[in-house]
Design a binder for this molecule. Structure first.
Ligand code: NAI
Length: 257
């Protein structure tokens, strides 16, 4: 349970972020929701911020209290949006927010990144991922051009880089007991599911045939909540596929099982 924990949830106005914020509140947490759009109703504190912009993130962090017990990085853009925007929100802004929030986290805090099944091939993009680390907001456009990141690749790359960054930071804040993990859903029925189907075309249709059903935000929120709770304290730098078996299916096909 999350009784008495103060937790930031980004993307709290819709889909997985909204379901997570509601579940954490039911489990006793004090939630501070963050999103670019203001939700019609929200239980807990809400701060409007544009996580694609450094100045907006700076203002958000300045407004946050100290002693936070968790950060759920859930805000994200789908592959139908321009590549630089996808990278700014899903990767550069997420990383900047996380590093800026660190001084305001309590020892023992938990950070959870919403990645995706789309990022599980991160090892194939290793060199580009390493080149992206430390990228400034103003450098994203040139980076996309230089590395041919356009169309749906922006989304795949942002999630691959996020998974790799989560693994890399398995022990970065170990002295303070702060840990970071990722959750990788398969297709989830939220307002952006249609964007995935449009962009990924045949692949998305094949995925949907293979699956018994798409996920729902209620399938994902409890996994995020568990990673934010003390019961998952020994889980560090992990990426948890939460996808109805899709990742296992990919691995079986790849390895002839
Ligand atoms: P959603 O569109 O319902 O929610 C995303 C939220 O992020 C929205 O409320 C949006 O306003 C917010 N957001 C976007 N840009 C922002 C910005 N610049 N600043 C602040 N907030 C911003 O989508 P959903 O499905 O709930 O997505 C949540 C996360 O889950 C995303 O990171 C997405 O990539 C990931 N995911 C979603 C899957 C799906 O099939 N729906 C599958 C795998 C991962």
């Amino acid at each position: 349970m999350l009784q008495g924990k103060k937790i930031i949830v980004t993307g709290a106005a819709s889909g997985i972020g909204a379901a997570t914020a509601a579940l954490l509140t039911r489990q006793g947490a004090e939630v501070i929701g963050v999103d670019i759009q203001r939700p019609a109703q929200f239980t807990g504190q809400f701060v409007q911020a544009d996580l694609s912009r450094q100045d907006s993130i700076d203002a958000l962090v300045a407004a946050l209290p100290s002693g936070l017990h968790g950060l759920a990085n859930i805000a994200g853009l789908p592959p139908t949006r321009p590549a630089p925007a996808v990278l700014r929100v899903n990767l550069v802004g997420l990383q900047y927010l996380t590093t800026q929030v660190l001084p305001k986290l309590a020892d023992g805090a938990s950070i959870v990144n919403l990645a995706s099944l789309a990022g599980l091939g991160w090892a194939d993009a290793k060199d580009t991922i390493l080149a992206s680390q430390g990228l400034g907001f103003d450098e994203v456009e040139a980076f996309c051009q230089q590395h041919g990141i356009e169309g749906a690749r922006s989304y795949f790359f942002s999630k691959a880089a996020l998974i790799a960054w989560t693994l890399q930071n398995r022990w970065t804040w170990r002295a303070r007991g702060i840990r970071m993990n990722a959750v990788s859903p398969g297709p989830v029925d939220t307002p952006i599911l249609q964007d995935f189907i449009e962009t990924l075309g045949a692949r998305a249709e094949e995925d949907m045939r293979t699956m018994d059903r798409p996920g729902t935000p209620a399938d994902i929120a409890p996994v995020v909540a568990f990673l934010l709770s003390d019961g998952s304290g020994w889980i560090r730098g992990a990426n948890i596929p939460t996808d109805g078996g899709m990742y296992a299916n990919v691995l079986c096909q790849m390895n002839g099982l």
